[in-house]
Each structure stands twice: as C-alpha cells, then as structure tokens.
Ligand binder design. Structure first.
Ligand SMILES: [Zn+2]
Length: 282
C-alpha cells in the first residue's frame, strides 16, 4: 500500500508573501483534512493534497510536461487510440469518476508517468517498443494505479512540497515563476515512488487490465522488454522500481494464482500495429 509520510515538507522556494500564504493555507488544510482513505485498501492514509487540488496540480503541470517531453504526438488517431485503451482500464479502477487524460508524447526515451488528477503520459520511445494492445494496457493500468492510490500526489507533496507545487502552478505570469514551473515539471518527471508503491501499481494494475478484458501476460511482456532494453542501455526511471526480474517473478506468480483460468482476454497485436505503430512519426 501507499507510503504514508508524516513529514510536512517545505519546498525550497524563497520566502515571499505568496509562499507564506500558501504555508498558512497548507497548514490549515492539514489540520482539517490530513487524512484520506486509500480507495484500494480502504485504510486511512496521510495525505496533504485533497482531490480538488490534485486536479489543479494536474491541470497546471500537464502542458509543461508535454512541452518538456517532446510535445503531443501530432496524430489525433494515435491519441484517440491511446486514450481509448486508457479509458477502458480507468473505468474499472477504484476511482472511475476522475476525468482521465491519456496522452502520447514525442520523447525518444522509454517512459510513462502520471500526474495527480488523472493526467497520464506515455512516450513514443515506449510505444515503439510495445507489441500489442495488452502491453499498452498494462503500462497505462500501472500509471492509473499511481493516480488511484494517490501515489503521485503523495510523492509530490513529500519530494517537491505542496507549497512550491501550488505557488509555481498559480503564478505563471512572470518569467521567474515560469522558470520555477519548468523546474518543478522536471522534478515531476523524475519523481520517485517507493518500491511498495511500484509493486502495488503492478499488481492492482494487473487486476484492472483483466477487469477491462486484457490478457495480463501483456504486463509481463513489457517487463521483459524493459529488462532487455535496460541491459542494452540503462533506463533512468527503472532505478526507482523493483528490478524487472523481480517484477516478472511476482507478476507471473499472480497470473498463475489468480488468472490462469481467465478466457477470451484480448492481446490485440494487429490493432496495436495498425492504430499505433504504423502511425507513429519516424
Ligand atoms: Zn510506477
């Protein structure tokens, strides 16, 4: 389950009127609603960001993240396809009421990440390495779980600081604030989750895949791909995840114990080739 940090981290921003106000507002908020219920486990978790602010943060940083990760792939059919697979998974999640946005970005690195509030990104570098729709569903289900379990919100409040996040998000009118927003976006891209969060995102994400009608072996295939690619050239974000080999072991075990009798689940090699691979820009 999600890490429940008791630290109230202050961001590294210089003290000014605005940050003081945010600190006061943040502290008041902490007093009235410092606890939320983890929608997956039903247990209380310490959380500094309420749902309305999750959305605010997602909306504020999504454009900056897009810009830094190569922009949206300029093909609406590809975007619609990625979004449709993501929506299918999100509908069966524990937080189906969030308005999710799944987007394909043009960056060459192999990566996928999530912002609080339901903004989920996958790079061209990752899309090129996938072979079928169930593998795509696995990646998007993993990221959806980070949103559902509030891992993204929790990690951001702990590693970046809620005051800095909100301050940079609301004040993009001057160049110093814009530079700060760009810097925060960089930190978001490099956000580290705990290994427990990653494991939860894998196992709960696998359940979402199956509930959405996808073959769970797609997630294992993606891990195998990551392992191969990581051997050829180390992949940055993997350093914060359990090793691919470890993930393959627990995911394969989960398939055997829970899903071995599942029938008629979708792999979707042909669909993925036509709807994504053939249309990706060179
Ligand atoms: Zn993850």
């Amino acid at each position: 389950m999600a890490v429940t940090s008791k630290k109230f981290q202050i961001g590294g921003a210089k003290m000014c009127k605005k940050t003081v106000l945010f600190r006061i507002a943040g502290f008041l908020f902490f007093l009235v609603s410092g606890c939320a219920v983890n929608p997956i486990t039903g247990e209380e978790q310490f959380m500094l960001i309420p749902e309305s602010q999750e959305l605010e943060i997602g909306q504020a940083y999504a454009p900056e993240i897009e810009k830094q990760m190569g922009g949206r792939i300029p093909n609406e059919a590809v975007q619609a396809y990625i979004d449709s697979v993501g929506q299918r998974v999100a509908r069966v999640s524990h937080r189906p009421d969030i308005q999710y946005h799944f987007m394909a970005l043009g960056h060459k690195t192999i990566n996928a990440f999530a912002l609080p509030g339901g903004y989920i990104f996958i790079t061209k570098g990752m899309l090129e390495k996938l072979n079928n729709e169930s593998e795509l569903a696995g990646v998007l289900a993993h990221e959806t779980t980070h949103v559902v379990a509030r891992h993204a919100a929790e990690a951001m409040s702990r590693q970046i600081g809620i005051q800095l996040l909100l301050a940079a998000a609301v004040s993009s009118t001057n160049s110093a604030a814009a530079a700060q927003a760009a810097d925060v976006a960089q930190q978001i891209i490099g956000l580290q989750f705990s290994k427990e969060n990653e494991r939860e995102a894998d196992l709960v994400g696998m359940q979402y895949m199956v509930d959405a009608g996808y073959d769970p072996r797609g997630m294992v295939e993606t891990m195998q791909m990551l392992e191969r690619e990581n051997e050829a050239a180390p992949i940055d974000f993997l350093s914060s995840h359990p090793s691919p080999q470890n993930r393959i072991t627990y995911l394969t075990g989960r398939i055997e114990s829970r899903y071995s009798n599942a029938k008629g689940l979708k792999v979707g090699s042909e669909e993925y080739r036509r709807a994504a691979l053939d249309r990706l820009p060179k």
